[in-house]
Design a protein around this ligand. Structure first.
Ligand SMILES: N[C@@H](CCC(=O)N[C@@H](CS)C(=O)NCC(=O)O)C(=O)O
Length: 229
């Protein structure tokens, strides 16, 4: 990216692409069918190091998101904000205060703290040894822990439901599906209902478009550690 920001058609701007975390808000935006500007910030490349991006994300992380004066990070928080703020024609969260919302939010927290953070242990101690140190013990125990977490998702899906909450696609599905896909990249075998669920969600047009926009050839090269290509 250059220091010149692209012209926003709306006040909505998503910063970052190319990772499991960035696909979450991108997928939510595409489900909601709202226009936004997408800035190509790629992790561990010089695009993270510009003054512009340091100003956007002093903690130097993607994704980040702007809506006018509002600027937030954290992929799950961005998805929840989008779902609550832009729920005119498409609904991605149950109503606040409902039992369905409580279960929904439970699953969102579960995805982030019992799935995402565990997978990030594998990423750090197997995929980024020069930055975080290599640790087979940490990686092996994270893999076991993830298998235990995925058992909880399997239990919830065992009655044959299509989506995790209330027969409707939601942010919880975005977060959990992204973690299941991430686990598959690490060759963690998913139980049967979880596999079928992840496959079903892959058929959503917004997911397929998000995959295309998120995992561009340049982003894939950056992920593989070759930011120059
Ligand atoms: N919990 C954050 C994690 C954000 C995160 O760690 N992003 C990674 C890319 S997936 C990143 O920016 N890494 C750069 C770094 O840690 O230096 C979220 O879900 O948004």
């Amino acid at each position: 990216m250059t220091d010149r920001l692209s012209d926003a058609q709306s006040g909505l701007r998503l910063w970052g692409l190319g990772t499991v975390r960035t696909i979450r808000p991108l997928w939510a935006l595409l489900e909601l069918e709202i226009p936004f500007t997408h800035e190509e910030i790629l992790t561990r490349t010089p695009s993270m190091e510009t003054d512009v991006y340091r100003n956007v994300s002093p903690r130097q992380k993607i994704p980040m998101f702007d809506d006018g004066e509002l600027r937030i990070g954290e992929s799950a928080a961005i998805c929840l904000y989008l779902a609550d703020r832009y729920r005119d024609s498409v609904t991605l969260t149950p109503n606040a205060g409902s039992a369905a919302r409580a279960i929904h939010d439970e699953l969102c927290w579960f995805a982030m703290t019992e799935m995402d953070s565990v997978l990030y242990t594998i990423r750090r101690h197997e995929g980024l040894p020069l930055v975080y140190g290599e640790s087979k013990v940490a990686v092996d125990s994270a893999r076991d822990y993830f298998i235990r977490s995925s058992g909880e998702i399997e239990r919830r899906l065992s009655d044959g439901r299509k989506y995790l909450v209330d027969s409707a696609f939601s942010v919880a599905d975005i977060l959990v599906k992204s973690c299941l896909d991430w686990a598959s990249i690490y060759k963690i075998e998913l139980p049967e209902a979880s596999q079928a669920y992840a496959h079903r969600l892959s058929e959503r047009p917004a997911f397929q478009e998000a995959m295309k926009q998120n995992f561009t050839p340049k982003a894939m090269a950056a992920l593989a550690g070759d930011p120059k290509s």
